[in-house]
Design a protein around this ligand. Structure first.
Ligand SMILES: *[C@@H]1O[C@H](CO)[C@@H](O)[C@H](O)[C@H]1NC(C)=O
Ligand SMILES: *[C@@H]1O[C@H](CO)[C@@H](O)[C@H](O)[C@H]1NC(C)=O
Ligand SMILES: *[C@@H]1O[C@H](CO)[C@@H](O)[C@H](O)[C@H]1NC(C)=O
Ligand SMILES: *[C@@H]1O[C@H](CO)[C@@H](O)[C@H](O)[C@H]1NC(C)=O
Ligand SMILES: *[C@@H]1O[C@H](CO)[C@@H](O)[C@H](O)[C@H]1NC(C)=O
Ligand SMILES: *[C@@H]1O[C@H](CO)[C@@H](O)[C@H](O)[C@H]1NC(C)=O
Ligand SMILES: *[C@@H]1O[C@H](CO)[C@@H](O)[C@H](O)[C@H]1NC(C)=O
Length: 447
């Protein structure tokens, strides 16, 4: 059997049974609906992800296109070295500015792009958890992001909050409209964003901070176990009790005198579209939850991409045999980057050396109907027409939420159909933040 041919996933269709106004979704072809920056579909997707930081100054499109032109499809080291070159170059440009206070804008912009390119350089290196570059690139990344952030007209506050058994790094960016000469004028609504399987909270700053701050709200981000900085600095993988990562952040937000404690929303991106509702099933102080895109069970979405024989082998419970086959596929020439990267990142972020354990641990995070019933706020469920990550799951989530759910399908024909509507953050923000405006207004009426 030619196993690897199963994993050259370029196109597949999924249609989901739906009732009421939630439509059936047909996944078209993500390798043809967007212009591809690499003939390797996984590289193309990750390049698209980093490209989406351009609107918030996280990357420059010319630099991205130049890097893309030199990256060799399927060659993880080439992805690393092209972005390492851009990262080092931008970091040097920033460091060569003698008087960063005087040339704050130039220094800040170069530091931020250096930080993003260090993250890109790291992206495909997680297959060997003891690769020292995983730590060294991140150190450079954090140094540059912090240096850039300090040069903002209104720098964020960075804090590490104590949770049960770990610490939660948080950035808080105060709403410009809420401050006046260093003193707050009023308490502002706050939108707290969390990332997913592989992102970093620094990415979210460039994608969404300008959208949220421009609407007069505080913007905050956090990371939990398994996510970029916590996984590296504290050596902890994803945990099913995701509310343990979120509750300390809500406690801290509620203690601030610039936060309107009746108006705190939680947003989750990508796998965060599962983590956010998961947290809200136990943490009831949010006035709204936004899942971009909605996800109920990441294990189901992973298994869906494997052939039946592999799924059967997993279900047989024979971890030794399963791990042997998975490693064999991994090492077979021609196995897709998508397969290799998902396994690399999965084992790294769940902190295990066994593919079987990785898949098993994913199932412990699944969201049940009872958990959704337990969420006390309205929930916005985004779906994207061309999103092949967890097809049908946003629709299923919206259906299970019933009246509490608001569903929106972002369309491919206007460039918003990619996973998380990448690159169409303006369309995504228009729909989700305008909905949030209504939710926040309704809070006024009810208190
Ligand atoms: C959705 O798919 C189901 C099953 O394939 C079908 O019966 C139903 O008519 C479809 N609904 C819509 C709105 O297309
Ligand atoms: C999907 O894209 C691939 C790569 O461009 C192409 O070979 C294939 O025919 C496309 N499939 C569909 C259903 O459009
Ligand atoms: C992983 O990286 C370490 C440190 O560079 C190296 O010693 C080791 O040989 C690598 N392991 C594999 C399997 O490549
Ligand atoms: C976290 O706990 C440590 C040790 O008890 C303490 O020193 C630190 O101040 C705490 N951090 C916060 C943000 O409360
Ligand atoms: C519902 O929330 C309560 C309070 O946080 C918690 O104790 C309970 O386990 C939750 N139930 C479900 C099914 O999530
Ligand atoms: C698991 O699979 C291996 C390799 O196929 C086999 O040798 C072993 O007997 C199996 N273990 C169980 C408990 O079935
Ligand atoms: C606000 O409340 C009204 C009246 O209950 C409701 O119809 C509307 O859907 C709510 N808006 C949002 C965004 O939840």
């Amino acid at each position: 059997m030619n196993l690897h041919s199963f994993f050259l996933i370029s196109a597949f269709s999924a249609s989901v049974f739906a009732q009421g106004k939630i439509p059936n979704v047909t996944i078209t072809n993500s390798t043809t609906s967007m212009h591809q920056l690499s003939s390797d579909p996984e590289f193309a997707f990750v390049l698209e992800t980093f490209m989406s930081l351009a609107s918030g100054g996280g990357v420059a499109t010319g630099e991205m296109l130049r890097a893309a032109s030199r990256i060799k499809p399927g060659d993880f080291e080439s992805f690393y070295s092209e972005f390492k070159f851009f990262a080092d170059t931008m970091a040097q440009q920033a460091a060569s500015i003698r008087d960063p206070a005087k040339f704050a804008v130039s220094a800040r912009e170069a530091h931020f792009r250096a930080a993003s390119y260090y993250r890109a350089a790291d992206f495909f290196l997680h297959g060997n958890a003891s690769d020292p570059r995983i730590m060294t690139l991140w150190t450079s990344m954090l140094e540059n992001f912090e240096a850039g952030a300090k040069l903002l007209p209104q720098p964020p506050e960075r804090i590490e909050l104590n949770a049960t058994g770990f610490r939660v790094p948080v950035y808080f960016y105060q709403a410009p409209s809420a401050v006046n000469g260093g003193q707050y004028k009023h308490k502002a609504p706050t939108v707290l964003f969390g990332t997913g399987y592989d992102g970093a909270q620094q990415d979210i700053y460039h994608q969404f901070a300008h959208e949220v701050l421009a609407r007069g709200w505080n913007f905050a981000t956090y990371e939990g176990p398994g996510q970029a900085t916590v996984r590296r600095e504290q050596n902890i993988g994803f945990i099913p009790q995701w509310w343990d990562a979120v509750t300390p952040v809500v406690d801290w937000l509620q203690s601030r005198d610039d936060v309107d404690t009746d108006r705190i929303a939680l947003v989750g991106l990508s796998f965060g579209g599962q983590l956010a509702p998961l947290a809200a099933s136990h943490e009831h102080r949010f006035s709204a939850v936004i899942a971009i895109d909605g996800m109920l069970d990441i294990q189901e979405s992973a298994l869906q991409k494997y052939p039946e024989q592999i799924v059967e082998l997993y279900k047989s419970g024979n971890a030794t045999a399963f791990d042997f086959i998975m490693r064999k596929i991994y090492n077979t020439p021609g196995t897709s980057t998508e397969f290799k990267w998902a396994l690399d990142q999965g084992m790294w972020s769940f902190n295990t050396e066994s593919p079987f354990e990785w898949i098993k641990k994913m199932s412990e995070m699944a969201i049940s109907k009872e958990m959704l019933n337990n969420i006390s706020s309205p929930v916005f469920v985004a779906s994207a027409q061309d999103d092949s990550v967890a097809p049908g799951q946003p629709e299923e989530m919206a259906r299970l939420l019933g009246d509490k759910g608001t569903y929106h399908l972002f369309k491919t024909n206007i460039g918003a159909g990619e996973h998380c509507s990448l690159g169409a953050e303006s369309q995504l923000s228009t729909v989700t933040m305008d909905w949030l405006t209504g939710v926040f207004e309704n809070v006024t009426k009810s208190i």
